[in-house]
Design a protein around this ligand. Structure first.
Ligand SMILES: [Zn+2]
Length: 127
């Protein structure tokens, strides 16, 4: 028995591999629903159960708080794995991410191409 997807589940295959369910593009989710796409059964079930929420998101109503629009990874390990992969595959030729960091907005992990020194300077200017 496979467990159900929640907002914080990670997609384990396909185009959005290693993306948190809540960070998937609304269009992508609506498309799954509208086309009755059951390639990923768990994801389909998730979409079906949360369709109202997803539709609300697509219409721009702020019923669901989305803290961060960056691709989120659940752990440093996960982020580093992805970082390594991107560097090795030559994917994302411009603005290649160079490090991972824990986000203070959504508490997930993101990748950034900003050097640590630059980021630190920017942090200083924040209120
Ligand atoms: Zn974030």
């Amino acid at each position: 028995m496979e467990s159900k997807y929640s907002d914080n589940s990670i997609i384990i295959s396909g185009k959005y591999k290693f993306t948190l369910v809540k960070n998937l593009p609304v269009k992508y989710l609506l498309n799954i629903y509208n086309s009755n796409n059951r390639n990923d059964k768990q994801l389909f079930e998730y979409v079906k159960e949360n369709i109202d929420k997803i539709k609300a998101r697509s219409s721009g109503k702020k019923t669901v708080e989305i803290k961060c629009d960056k691709i989120a990874y659940v752990s440093r390990k996960e982020a580093r794995f992805h970082l390594k992969r991107i560097r090795e595959t030559g994917e994302q030729e411009h603005k290649k991410p160079i490090r991972s960091y824990e986000c203070d907005k959504c508490s997930a992990w993101h990748l950034t191409s900003m050097p640590y020194e630059v980021w630190k300077e920017l942090e200083k200017t924040k209120p």
